[in-house]
Design a protein around this ligand. Structure first.
Ligand SMILES: Cc1ncc(COP(=O)(O)O)c(C=O)c1O
Length: 439
């Protein structure tokens, strides 16, 4: 393997100077985040602070689904900033319009919306609503799940790396196995992996909880868990389990929403009607905004005045979200995601690389699991981390390594990426795989 080479690391680079200043005064970021100092970004291209251009296979961590600084979004933000920047939690003309559009786009059973600011806040709000609506507090979450970094979302995380250092969770949380087809849980029935995991969750409820849970909280695919796409029977199985226990089924669509998996929301192709959906990231193309979508009765469950925050429904964020939805609903854009995702995954699978154990995708969200031994599936986290800097050096930006073992290379290009940009990014990615290959 080549030495890890940090691009642009010449003594005089503006990048190094800035990183040194940041390190002195900021909390440390996670590995794989600070190899690049962003200068500007447009569409699917990012320019670093030293002027180098890269193809963006991250969408800025699955936020810029319609590309960076889309002109319609930038114009809407500028116009709104001159008109009304903050309205506390008061009504303003864009708030109802956005809520109506989200309800329309989601379709039944979604009837109402709460507008908040971050993904973790939206998941937290779902859990609070579930407590209020059921009068219970238990939660079933899943191994490998990532729901954010607030205390409550860390408590329901299924990734040990996220929970570390946060102390005990509240009683009544059980973490069930997520049906991972590449690394099935020990003893799982191969012919019915989804059913086995649902039955396991049911057993956990029976043996660990003194009353039924308030909610089952699940991602449509594991994002931070390494882009793990479960068998399609999983979600109907979870719906039945939730119904049997009169618990809410909460879908965390913070990263799967807004076209990422080939429909506006992933639940629209999963064959289940969730009770609550948490969304964020792609909703406003980079202006902080999140939302809880759900049935009217559920959004009414918390007492008035307890589900709002300073920036929830902020006019600037609403303007950015409405412009984002205008672009996202352009005919053909979201429809492009499925076929394009399959094409990219096939291309990566065709690369003759001993270290690639598995290639997975949910629409335009990809995970490439790196192993040192294909038969034993021995995780290769060192190479996954080296891939981030190698890809950067070759001219493509990828996400920090993901997954339980930290050995999954993750990518999520903007939905609007042009064919030439995609080809350029894939060629750079291929060179990065070659550069990090173990010989
Ligand atoms: C599935 C999922 N849920 C929740 C979150 C937390 O969102 P935020 O970082 O906006 O709090 C993330 C962020 O990556 C996520 O991927």
């Amino acid at each position: 393997m080549r030495d890890q080479h940090l691009p642009g690391s010449g003594a005089s680079s503006r990048r190094d100077a800035l990183l040194a200043r940041e390190r002195a005064v900021l909390a440390p970021s996670a590995p794989g985040h600070d190899h690049l100092v962003w200068g500007e970004a447009h569409g699917a291209l990012v320019r670093d602070i030293d002027g180098r251009e890269l193809v963006d296979f991250t969408s800025g961590i699955l936020v810029a689904n319609i590309g960076h600084a889309h002109p319609q979004v930038a114009e809407a933000i500028a116009r709104q900033a001159r008109t009304l920047l903050n309205a506390y939690d008061a009504p303003h003309p864009l708030r109802a319009e956005l809520a109506e559009r989200l309800v329309r786009l989601a379709g039944p059973p979604i009837e109402a919306v709460a507008l908040l600011t971050t993904g973790a806040e939206a998941v937290d709000a779902c859990l609070r609503i579930a407590r209020a609506a059921t009068g219970r507090h238990g939660v079933v979450s899943f191994s490998g799940a990532f729901h954010g970094k607030s205390l409550s979302t860390v408590a329901v995380s299924g990734l040990p790396s996220t929970r570390r250092g946060s102390g005990p969770a509240w009683p009544g949380i059980v973490v069930a196995p997520y049906p991972n087809p590449y690394r099935p849980p020990t003893g799982a029935a191969a012919e019915d992996l989804a059913g086995w995991c649902v039955a396991f969750a049911d057993d956990l409820i029976a043996t660990n909880l003194s009353e039924p849970p308030a909610a089952i909280l699940v991602e449509p695919y594991l994002g931070g868990g390494g882009c793990i796409v479960p068998p399609s029977a999983f979600f109907p199985g979870l719906r039945a389990l939730a119904d049997r226990h009169e618990a809410l089924l909460i879908l965390d669509e913070v990263q799967s929403g807004f076209g990422r998996t080939g429909t506006m929301f992933a639940f629209q192709h999963l064959g289940v009607a969730p009770d609550l959906v948490a969304v964020a990231k792609g909703i406003a193309s980079g202006v902080p905004m999140s939302a809880v979508l759900g049935r009217r009765a559920l959004l009414d469950a918390l007492p008035p005045g307890t589900l709002w925050s300073t920036y929830g429904g902020n006019p600037l964020a609403c303007a950015a979200a409405l412009a984002t939805l205008d672009v996202l609903t352009t005919p053909g854009l979201v429809e492009r995601v499925g076929p394009l995702g399959a094409r990219i995954a096939d291309k990566i699978r065709s690369w003759d690389d001993q270290g690639i154990g598995d290639v997975r995708h949910a629409g335009l969200s990809f995970g490439v699991e790196l192993v040192t031994d294909r038969r034993r599936k021995t995780p290769d986290p060192e190479r996954a981390l080296a891939m981030v800097t190698a890809a950067d050096a070759e001219g493509v930006l990828i996400l920090p390594p993901a997954g339980w073992h930290g050995n999954v290379v993750r990518m999520a290009p903007p939905l609007v990426i042009e064919d030439a940009e995609l080809d350029r990014g894939l060629a750079a990615l291929r060179r990065a795989f070659d550069a990090t290959a173990r010989r």
